[in-house]
Design a protein around this ligand. Structure first.
Ligand SMILES: [Fe+2]
Length: 364
């Protein structure tokens, strides 16, 4: 199954997931079921709705390029660049080189170009994730999320480049931590926890000694586990003492970690992870950054099946950029609830979220 944007869909492709949307010209809700072979008419309807950004297509009959939030070729390149930089970081005889950093810089530029082009799109975490080799993919997801937040906050290009680079490199120090500590299921001992807490220092100092990153990028890396209230590590910095890049990375880092599959924890759905971040606003996290983050993430991506406080079940057919927790929902009988209309639907809230392609309620 591959996710394709509307512009890459052609007639004859076979849907791998249901799509439901409102066709305003026809004045009706359209549901295209899994297995449907798309026609030109379907694709026109999807474009016209303005609510469908793309569709999941069966991989067997798709020979076109895969494009989701970020082009998959860029993601693969990013991963291999982080990988080879980390290999050199681990090699005590060699260390990270200027050429490694130049490649990371190229990756950052490509990510910024992609995201700046799609400024109005809410980030669907499932689209940017790739599910193996956690540390490197985590670094990429964090960089993407951090750049999206930075764009939303109006950072200029050179700041976005420093921030994106810090995102790609923030956890390379973890490659020095024994893997059985990183993946440990039980509670960490004090000694193990102290080893983990060294990872921002390992990476940042290594890069600084070789004059490979700017001071701001260094601060982003070394301070990414500091918390707004001073309860973080390694320096227990608080509020304005923490570099703004590190404050952005902290939000992106926790969001990606919570929504990831780890040996010691099943992934939280986006809505639950967002609630956790909101709960930490002003204590763990800078609230200005949390607000920018909330404008950029989709807790209920288009196509999510949800339960409502009315007891009804529906499908999210359009996200609401102003109020991400209040999308447009289509019920099974075709009626619509626009939860963004607080005058009419203020008393209705989403109470649960189903796992994609299954009847299992994962939240609520
Ligand atoms: Fe970290």
């Amino acid at each position: 199954m591959v996710y394709l944007r509307n512009t890459d869909l052609t007639s004859g492709m076979c849907l791998a997931r249901d799509i439901t949307f409102f066709d305003s010209s026809a004045g009706s809700v359209v549901t295209l079921k899994t297995g449907t072979k798309l026609t030109d008419m379907n694709i026109t309807q999807m474009n016209r709705s303005g609510a469908v950004e793309g569709a999941y297509i069966s991989a067997e009959n798709s020979e076109v390029r895969v494009i989701s939030s970020i082009n998959s070729e860029i993601k693969q390149n990013a991963i291999s660049n982080i990988h080879s930089l980390a290999d050199n970081f681990m090699d005590s005889g060699k260390g990270v080189t200027q050429s490694d950093i130049d490649k990371i810089g190229d990756t950052t530029e490509q990510l910024i170009d992609e995201l700046a082009d799609k400024k109005d799109i809410l980030i669907n975490i499932a689209d940017i994730k790739m599910y193996d080799d956690y540390t490197f993919h985590h670094s990429l997801s964090v960089a993407i999320m951090a750049i999206a937040i930075g764009l939303e906050m109006g950072l200029d290009r050179s700041m976005l480049e420093e921030l994106g680079t810090a995102g790609l490199l923030h956890d390379i120090g973890k490659t020095s931590v024994p893997i059985d500590i990183i993946n440990k299921k039980g509670r960490l001992t004090d000694e193990e926890y102290n080893i983990i807490r060294m990872h921002p220092i390992y990476a940042a100092n290594h890069l600084k000694e070789r004059h490979l990153v700017s001071e701001a990028c260094f601060c982003g890396i070394i301070e990414h586990h500091e918390r707004w209230d001073g309860s973080g590590y390694p320096f227990k910095l608080k509020e304005g003492q923490i570099h703004p890049y590190a404050r952005i990375l902290a939000v992106a880092d926790v969001y990606d970690a919570l929504t990831s599959n780890r040996p010691y924890r099943i992934p939280a759905p986006p809505s639950e992870a967002i609630e956790f971040i909101m709960g930490g606003s002003g204590s763990h996290f800078d609230d200005e950054i949390v607000r920018a983050f909330l404008r950029k993430v989709a807790p209920y991506p288009t196509g999510s099946k949800v339960t409502l406080s009315t007891g009804e079940v529906g499908t999210v057919i359009k996200n609401n950029n102003e109020h991400p927790l209040r999308p447009l929902v289509s019920l099974e009988d075709g009626r619509l609830y626009d939860l963004g209309r607080t005058d009419a639907n203020m008393n209705i809230v989403i109470t649960g979220l189903y796992e994609p392609d299954s009847a299992r309620l994962i939240h609520g």
